[in-house]
Design a protein around this ligand. Structure first.
Ligand code: FAD
Length: 476
């Protein structure tokens, strides 16, 4: 079989692109080197829907961020992904930073961002009482939001699959040959053929381009470290609190997450590879001290985990989304660092336009259904509704993750629904089982048992995240 389009990379850009392509009668596959989608930058970022005041006017970032936000809000409603339009506040400390705030405001106006307002420090503290008394002015941006980035990626990939796209996991692309069509080879020897390729390989997009014979750009991996605080701290602030950006990026933020935790970070430092996801003592100390600059009473004793995400940046600073000049049929969606999540829905539409310009025919698919059932429907039910539901399916009455209150029924659903979870981290990202205070200390053995039962195997074959990441070495 020859696919019309092979989407290389199952991050949020690949997943949203595959979903967009399913609006048309096309054979589409997602090729992902890991055991699941959302294993790169799309699982470890701030989860902010940026309104669009930060990118330089005239850049792809500015255009796709501002046009992308309403498209993204529409998509997340259709896909039932947790999000909140909480608005953001950019805090300025003193006269010099106030000037930068004015520049940001003016840039936002040029980019087409609506309803921004500069307010003084006291007004800011009326809205957000936990803000520092040192804040002299702030930019209030009502259009910003928060979203769970891996939930979005999983939902978009799942919706693309429900509409006929295929997901090939553990398909690490190591060769791309163009004759009449593309032949794409994986490191385990599998091959597929496709008429068009979209390069959504994140931190490895430059390598992928090179494999296809197009050495046009270099990705610079830049790590950002975070601390995640327990849900009891989730209401410390309601807006996303930024500091004025520097040459290094948007700076350290303090934000509630779409799931109700409090998130602090990120730092910004160049690292060796897109997989340099370790956290450091120095990085986390920087996060804590900069976060306290904006919100002095942050309780860092309530940290439940820390993590690092790696940005795929390029020296030009803008997204690289274009048709390859050297390899007809190849479209790059590369160097998608921040605000890539906010722009993902617009990027998917733009990539589809570029494929059309390259010759892809896109007849409408009248059967396309862009909606997806709510994965968290059970959690949102009233006690009475839950009672009725449990009577029909007792698995929903057995609580597996005590911290987050996740039942066996929800975990089994995650093991069956597109794209099915295959490992412990996959279950965690789909259900939040293991994301609470104990970080999986209690629920992991039960989750392993359910994964093993679902796959007709035993617990020694269950992995944390595919490959050889087995949880058990054998039976005593
Ligand atoms: C610290 C940090 C903070 C951020 N904060 C925000 C924010 O608040 N708001 C916002 O809008 N954006 C934010 N971003 C940016 C956002 O996370 C990215 O724009 C987005 O996740 C990029 O998605 P992607 O699909 O391009 O890349 P990825 O999610 O990295 O996906 C690329 C995929 O390609 C796969 N792959 C790579 N090589 C191969 C190969 N050879 N074969 C097969 N598969 C391959 C990888 O395994 C991976 O799954 C942030 C990023 C970081 C790192």
């Amino acid at each position: 079989m020859i696919y019309d389009v092979a989407v290389a990379g199952g991050g949020v850009i690949g997943a949203m692109t595959a979903r967009e392509l399913m609006r048309y009668r096309l054979k589409v596959c997602i090729l992902e080197k890991e055991n699941d989608v959302a294993c790169g930058a799309s699982k470890a970022n701030s989860g902010i829907i940026h309104a669009g005041f930060d990118p330089e006017p005239g850049t792809l970032k500015a255009k796709l961020n501002v046009s992308g936000v309403p498209l993204l809000y529409k998509a997340v409603e259709e896909l039932n992904v947790p999000y909140r339009n909480n608005g953001s506040v950019v805090a300025a400390f003193g006269a010099q930073e106030e000037c930068t705030l004015t520049e940001l405001y003016e840039r936002g106006i040029k980019n087409g961002v609506k309803n921004m307002k500069i307010i003084d420090g006291n007004e800011a503290r009326n809205i957000e009482p936990a803000l520092s008394p040192e804040i002299t002015k702030a930019l209030l941006v009502p259009g910003a939001g928060i979203i769970c980035p891996y939930a979005l990626t999983i939902a978009a990939a799942g919706n693309a699959m429900d509409n006929g796209a295929e997901l090939l996991r553990n398909f690490e692309i190591c060769g791309i040959k163009k004759e009449e069509v593309f032949t794409v080879t994986a490191s385990d020897g599998r091959t597929i053929q496709a008429r068009y390729i979209v390069n959504c390989a994140g931190g490895y997009a430059d390598r992928l381009a090179e494999m296809a014979g197009d050495m046009g750009f270099e990705i610079i991996p830049r790590a950002g470290e975070y601390m995640l605080l327990d849900k009891k701290e989730g209401k410390t602030v309601s807006h996303t609190i930024f500091q004025v950006p520097t040459a290094n990026g948007k700076g350290v933020l303090v934000t509630p997450t779409a799931d109700g935790n409090l998130l602090l970070g990120p730092t910004a430092s160049q690292v060796k590879t897109p997989e340099s996801t370790e956290t450091t003592d120095a990085g986390l100390k920087t996060v804590a001290s900069l976060a306290r600059k904006s919100v002095p009473e942050i309780n860092t004793r309530a940290v439940i985990t820390s993590f690092t995400g790696v940005r795929a940046s390029e020296k030009g600073g803008d997204f690289i989304i274009r048709r390859s000049e050297k390899v007809p049929g190849l479209v790059h969606a590369a160097a998608i660092d921040s605000p890539g999540l906010s722009s993902c829905a617009a990027i998917a539409v733009y990539v589809t336009e570029l494929l059309r310009e390259s010759g892809l025919e896109t007849p409408e698919n009248p059967d396309f259904d862009g909606t997806r059932e709510d994965t968290h429907a059970f959690a949102k039910m009233s006690d009475e509704q839950k009672d009725k539901f449990i009577k029909r399916n007792p698995a929903y009455g057995r609580v597996i993750c005590r911290c987050e209150g996740i039942s066996e029924g929800e975990i089994v659903d995650a093991l069956r629904r597109n794209p099915p979870a295959l490992d412990i981290d996959g279950v965690k990202r789909r259900t939040r089982s293991g994301m609470g205070r104990c970080q999986g200390g209690f629920c992991t053995p039960y989750v392993m048992k359910l994964i093993a039962e679902e796959n007709g195997t035993d617990e020694t074959k269950v992995t944390k995240k595919g490959g050889k990441s087995y949880m058990l070495t054998g039976r005593l």
